[in-house]
Design a protein around this ligand. Structure first.
Ligand code: SIN
Ligand code: CO
Length: 383
């Protein structure tokens, strides 16, 4: 049964101050942000790491010798681990455990389509993944136990890493902030800020990560979309200015014309919007299977008061442009704005509202398709 999401609130946290002064600028410590952060036991995490579909890693440190092992693991692996100095990390735990997905309701002051996933790590005393930086804004929530964090300055692709290591370790690291997190505390680390967390005692950390598309991804995506429609017959043409040059000179006017051709081909608002909506809602793992549900008699089921749920892996977002387009898992659908808001903005989907909105043919067809592909589903299968 899909559980109803319960809205979580952050304690000691002023959204306005955070967004103005800290978000994507500087780290912030929030003491007792969560009241009861004991969502998982270390054994639950170890159990997840045995699963074929869960992305898991084990990082073991022996002095300056680092070892990285990728899951899925055998249960026996955990009995042969040393007492100290290792970390187990499992990505995408929000899609496996409904209680973990509920943590996201505390972050609804940020765009949901910027979310990457919730990674959970378990480390006994001394366990660390070493000093590094990520291209993610991350909220590190302390579950059981405690972990000591140090946060340094901004890094980038030019920051030197220790060579020949299986994990990314920054060569240089100077801490500007040091804090020990206890259960319920949270540390926000902006993207590309160096950081280092070391487990003080057996501890679980929940990392809520927000991703940003890189300029490389954007150029690659937009160029790929443009190439689908660009024809060979659109060509460079000499303009009067460029013909004034000597036979061997490539004049500035020629470059200006190439630039014009490029911007005409690439800077099309409709194409950029369509690509972006699909890109940011793509499933995190390309092989992520969404289970398709038997969606026969779906209208009767909705009208009969049955609840509808979003698949835990699905991503919903919408854009108000030439009407309204809903983006789900990398696909686009024409819908009315109230349906897009209902599916993308609320913690829970209100089936009664959906029942009214499907009188619109676009909405009707969208809900039918989303049920057929499993991005939406009923709790129980129709018989
Ligand atoms: C950890 O959970 O120890 C690592 C998380 C991070 O540094 O991003
Ligand atoms: Co990190």
């Amino acid at each position: 049964m899909a559980a109803l999401e319960v809205k979580m609130n952050l304690n000691n946290f002023d959204v306005k101050i955070f967004l103005n002064d800290y978000w994507q600028k500087k780290p912030m410590v929030i003491r007792n942000a969560f009241n009861d952060p004991f969502w998982l036991e270390p054994d639950d995490l170890a159990g997840l790491s045995l699963e074929e579909d869960a992305e898991s890693r084990l990082i073991v440190q022996d002095k300056n010798n680092w070892k990285l092992e990728n899951g899925p693991f055998d249960a026996e692996r955990f009995s042969s681990l040393p007492e100290f100095d290792w970390t187990l990390l499992v990505q995408g735990v929000d899609q496996w455990v409904p209680e973990i997905k509920e943590i996201l309701t505390a972050f609804d002051f940020l765009p949901s389509w910027r979310l990457d996933d919730i990674m959970v790590s378990y480390a006994p005393t001394g366990g660390t993944v070493s000093q590094h930086y990520d291209f993610y804004d991350v909220f590190l929530i302390q579950g059981e136990g405690s972990r000591k964090w140090k946060v340094g300055g901004l890094c980038g692709s030019n920051s030197e890493l220790v060579p020949n290591m299986p994990v990314r370790i920054l060569k240089e690291f100077e801490a500007k902030l040091e804090v020990t997190l206890n259960p319920g505390d949270m540390l926000y680390v902006p993207s590309t800020h160096s950081h280092l967390g070391v487990s003080v005692e057996n501890s679980l950390t929940y990392s809520v990560g927000f991703r940003s598309p890189s300029i490389r991804d954007i150029v690659d995506g937009i160029a790929t979309v443009s190439l689908e429609t660009l024809m060979e017959d659109e060509r460079y043409e000499d303009c009067v200015e460029s013909l004034k040059a000597t036979a061997g000179e490539i004049p500035k006017a020629a470059i200006a014309q190439v630039k014009d051709m490029l911007s005409n081909a690439l800077l099309n608002d409709d194409a950029i919007s369509a690509w972006f909506g699909k890109y940011v809602t793509e499933l995190k793992y390309s092989d992520q299977a969404i289970e398709a549900y038997d969606s026969d008699c779906w209208v009767d089921r909705i009208k009969g008061g049955e609840s509808i749920y979003r698949s835990s892996t699905s991503r919903f977002a919408y854009m108000k442009r030439n009407g309204c387009t809903l983006y789900v898992d990398g696909q686009s659908y024409k819908v009315t704005l109230p349906l897009a808001e209902q599916l993308s903005d609320h913690d829970n989907v209100d089936s009664e509202v959906i029942g009214c909105l499907i009188s619109d043919p676009d909405n009707h067809s969208t809900i039918e398709q989303l049920l057929a592909c499993g991005s939406l589903h009923f709790d129980e299968v129709c018989d």
